[in-house]
Design a protein around this ligand. Structure first.
Ligand code: PAF
Length: 250
């Protein structure tokens, strides 16, 4: 039995949590490291994506990977390959700001799984829309979710954090501040207001969206929504950051 942990490298504690979780599921854990060009709508973002293969091998192995796999572009995408569609959810939020992003994600996951043939695959809740879309892929592979790993001050672990200056990093904390404050709000309306107000107080944060959604289909949450989640995306120093948190329902 094999578990796949798909990654794009620049591994950090968040990835380590995924690998450790994978290790509890089965004894063979493959960590794939592939910066997937298909999911980058922005070429500069692709070029700037941090790469640290040697360190990645070390981190993955210490966390419990039994194989670290660096597929080549040609292995995954032979001539004439077809890009898959991520469906309606793939066009909302992250998909709306990053056209084609989720089609690239589902395509690479499909190819990685076709080659590695895992029984299970592990994904982080940090990319909650990605997790939801991957769960909806028609596949026999069991998808296991792992909660977001945060720094001591709440910043969600992300390879992109490496691109922030010290000032940028402290600006980015507004995301967690907004989520944590909204979580305690008694109604969806108040939670939404808290998100808007908190984020607007940080001039260095350039908001893309901040919304309370129904986890099921990412429609707007209302008082009747059982599983609500706040999702936030924006830019700090030109670096796109995303985060999310379940909201307390009634
Ligand atoms: O979350 C990521 O790092 C990527 O989207 C993934 C799942 C490895 C696919 O390239």
């Amino acid at each position: 039995m094999t578990v796949l942990v798909p990654t794009m490298g620049a591994l950090h504690k968040g990835h380590q949590a995924l690998i450790k979780r994978a290790r509890t599921l089965d004894k063979d854990v493959i960590v794939s490291i592939f910066v997937n060009p298909l999911q980058f709508e922005n070429k500069a973002d692709l070029e700037k994506y941090p790469r640290s293969p040697e360190r990645d091998i070390e981190i993955a192995t210490i966390a419990g990977a039994t194989e670290v796999w660096f597929p080549e572009y040609e292995d995954l995408y032979p001539e004439g390959f077809k890009t898959l569609s991520s469906g309606a959810l793939g066009n909302l939020y992250e998909g709306s700001s990053r056209p084609g992003h989720f089609d690239g994600v589902v395509t690479v996951i499909d190819r990685l799984c076709a080659i590695a043939k895992p029984d299970k695959a592990v994904f982080g809740e940090k990319d909650f829309q990605q997790l939801t879309i991957v769960k909806a892929m028609k596949s026999k592979i069991e998808i296991v979710a792992v909660p977001t790993v945060r720094e001591f001050d709440g910043l969600a672990m992300s390879s992109r954090n490496l691109r922030l200056s010290e000032t940028g990093r402290s600006v980015a904390l507004v995301i967690h501040r907004a989520l944590a404050a909204a979580k305690l709000a008694p109604t969806v309306e108040i939670a939404q207001e808290i998100l808007n107000t908190t984020l607007s107080m940080e001039p260095g944060f350039d908001k893309d969206y901040a919304t309370i959604i129904d986890e099921k289909d990412f429609s707007l949450a209302d008082e009747g929504t059982e599983n609500r989640r706040a999702i936030i995306a924006g830019w700090v120093e030109g670096v796109r950051l995303i985060d999310n948190m379940p909201m307390v329902g009634r």
